[in-house]
Design a protein around this ligand. Structure first.
Ligand SMILES: Cc1ncc(C[n+]2csc(CCOP(=O)(O)OP(=O)(O)O)c2C)c(N)n1
Ligand code: SF4
Ligand SMILES: [Mg+2]
Length: 311
């Protein structure tokens, strides 16, 4: 990709286009689940028909925050817990851009938890991937909001006295309109779920289970897992809020008992996004606010083409 290209024509897109040519190879530890997110995201892009120029990835701080260094697209490595407000601004200014925010469980459910709740509540049109390894990885294994009760770490040597957060349930009550859980050990499902989340109009939250073999050796590697959509035992109506809440509670209770339930938990295709709500009350224009440099012929212009292409 050359920076500041014109909008790409419709064409077949290869996942390898999302591998940067000049960036260093990932510095994640061998066996890290973060590789699973990167690969799934690359595989999702041909499914959604976006080329690298049409995507912007916003990350927080953590091992997970390195995602956009290894993924060819526009990117912004923000500060700890703050990927969502930056991503929201970008989407509001340039609605044709495919906005993806990503970060760790500490980043998104801890320090950035308030942004998570309110971005879900407002149903901003973006995908939010949370790398859930149940610890602070980058800072060497401290207890995080998703660490199980009793989990021992340098910050909680006698074991955590706290119940872990329930991210799926929290997301539902906050207002996210697409909620799924997948795992790095399940690459095909992960790529499908990310593609769906990206195509969803509204706030799509994917809790992505990622093993950290370096600092969380006690953690399960998230196998064996059950895909709730493939299971007669667990299938529920993903459009039914009450049934989704029950399925989420079940999955979150079983996670630390060694039963890993993954799949789509809730989808609401009817709810308008924040941009649509603001346009409906006349507080946002139909045309993109952002200007973008295309080429010598058109120079700076608002990103109408991008918006038109992906309407
Ligand atoms: C404001 C602020 N507080 C604390 C830190 C230190 N810090 C960096 S990454 C991190 C936690 C990372 O954990 P998580 O978000 O789960 O990401 P992971 O490394 O596990 O992918 C912390 C506390 C920081 N960079 N900025
Ligand atoms: S410390 Fe853990 S989360 Fe970070 S790169 Fe290594 S294995 Fe991955
Ligand atoms: Mg983490």
């Amino acid at each position: 990709m050359s920076a500041f290209n014109a909008i790409g024509a419709d064409r077949e897109i290869e996942d390898e286009e999302f591998t940067p040519g000049i960036e260093p190879q990932p510095t994640w530890c061998p066996g890290c689940g973060d590789f699973g997110v990167l690969n799934a995201l690359k595989q999702a892009m041909p499914k959604v028909g976006r080329n690298p120029d049409e995507v912007a990835v916003f990350t927080g701080i953590g091992c997970s925050g390195k995602l956009n260094s290894y993924f060819e697209s526009y990117g912004f490595h923000t500060i700890h817990g703050r990927s969502l407000p930056v991503a929201r601004a970008a989407k509001l200014a340039n609605p044709g851009v495919e906005v993806i925010a990503a970060g760790g469980d500490g980043d998104g459910y801890g320090i950035g938890g308030n942004h998570f709740i309110h971005t879900a509540r407002e149903n901003h049109d973006m995908t939010y991937i949370v790398f859930n390894n149940e610890i602070f990885g980058l800072t060497k294994g401290q207890t995080s909001p998703t660490s199980p009760k009793g989990h021992k770490s340098k910050t909680q040597p006698s074991g955590s006295a706290k119940d872990p957060i329930r991210p799926l349930t929290l997301s539902l009550s906050a207002g996210a309109s697409y909620i799924a859980r997948t795992a790095a050990v399940n690459p095909n499902q992960a790529a499908e779920i990310l593609a769906e989340a990206i195509q969803h109009d509204g706030f799509a939250h994917v809790d992505f289970l990622t093993q950290c073999p370096t600092w969380n050796k006690d953690a399960k590697q998230y196998v064996p897992y059950t895909d709730i959509q493939d299971s007669d035992e667990y299938g529920h109506d993903i459009n039914d809020r009450a049934e989704a809440a029950e399925a989420m509670y079940d999955a979150e209770s079983k996670l630390h008992e060694g039963e890993i339930l993954t799949g789509r938990f809730y989808v609401d295709d009817e709810r308008p996004s924040y941009t649509e709500e603001k346009q409906a009350i006349g507080e946002m224009p139909e045309q993109p606010l952002a200007e973008r440099y295309f080429d010598e012929d058109t120079e700076w212009d608002r990103s109408y083409q991008l918006l038109e292409k992906h309407k």
